[in-house]
Ligand binder design. Structure first.
Ligand code: URA
Ligand code: SF4
Length: 264
């Protein structure tokens, strides 16, 4: 346990994680109970090393903003945890309010996002922005991120290995953001966040608990997650837009956002 911690701290320093984090982690190590045999940690649920600790409390808006910037600058920007780093112009961390009620999670940056460093700014992004507006919200009132932070070549779907290398960053973002609801856009985001292989067409339309049992080790407070279709899919299949609107209306109801009469 202790030698594991030392190795982890060494890794932290190598990654340039600040002294503040190291001190906090060292202090926590003094008081952390040794995991008891009744609560085994599944090997598959333990994240690989070299990652900063998860934020373990609610932060204010400004604290959350600083914590997000630190995660981006010290860990994500120079990340080479998977092969996608070779193809990127820059990483695309996420944008929006640091303590939002609602977070949207997509798949990964496309060409426009890779160029600008901002998620959902291309054609699919413009549709997402309209969906957010239809909910009576602005992009500034929510947070928008992706499962992978680097553009997959040719906009292919990120593979399992890339998603499991990168999703710990998203989990750390979520631990800082602490929204009330997550909207997972499309199959990769929905399946990764819910740790399931169920098809998106069957997942969407109802709320799921996040974190799912497979991610309980993250120790995050329970919230609701709505899977829905990805805006890029809706551009190809506009006939499915009505279903996504039904999903978003459920999210609005949960958040107490009034639904315009013509949409009710
Ligand atoms: N599609 C995504 O999933 N994410 C983006 O940021 C842009 C397009
Ligand atoms: Fe790192 Fe994620 Fe980029 Fe892979 S996709 S190199 S894990 S930031």
């Amino acid at each position: 346990m202790i030698s594991g911690l030392r190795a982890w701290l060494r890794n932290e320093r190598r990654l340039g994680v600040t002294h503040w984090t190291i001190q906090r982690a060292a202090a926590a190590a003094d008081t952390d109970p040794v995991p008891s045999v009744e609560t085994p940690i599944m090997a598959s649920s333990v994240e690989p090393g070299g990652l900063p600790p998860l934020c373990d409390r609610e932060l204010s808006e400004s604290e959350a903003q600083a914590a997000l910037a630190q995660l981006d600058e010290t860990c994500v920007r120079g990340c080479e945890r998977c092969g996608l780093h070779k193809h990127r112009t820059q990483t695309v961390f996420g944008v929006g309010k640091a303590r939002p009620e609602l977070v949207f999670v997509g798949e990964g940056p496309g060409a426009d996002e890779d160029r600008k460093g901002i998620p959902f700014v291309g054609r699919a992004g413009q549709l997402l922005t309209r969906m957010i507006a239809a909910m009576g919200l602005t992009r500034e009132q929510v947070y928008i991120a992706n499962i992978v932070k680097c553009r997959p070549p040719g906009n292919r779907t990120p593979n399992e290995q890339e998603m499991s290398a990168c999703s710990p960053y998203l989990f750390r973002q979520l631990a800082i953001l602490r929204p009330r609801v997550i909207v997972a856009l499309g199959r990769p985001a929905s399946q990764t966040l819910l740790q399931t292989t169920t098809a998106i067409g069957r997942l969407r339309g109802e709320f799921h608990d996040f974190p799912p049992p497979g991610l309980a080790y993250l120790g995050l407070p329970a919230i609701k997650l709505m899977p829905t279709y990805h805006p890029a899919y809706l551009l190809r299949s506009p006939g499915e837009k009505a279903k996504t609107w039904e999903d978003l209306k459920q999210v609005m109801r949960l958040l107490g956002i009034p639904i315009p009469p013509r949409h009710a």
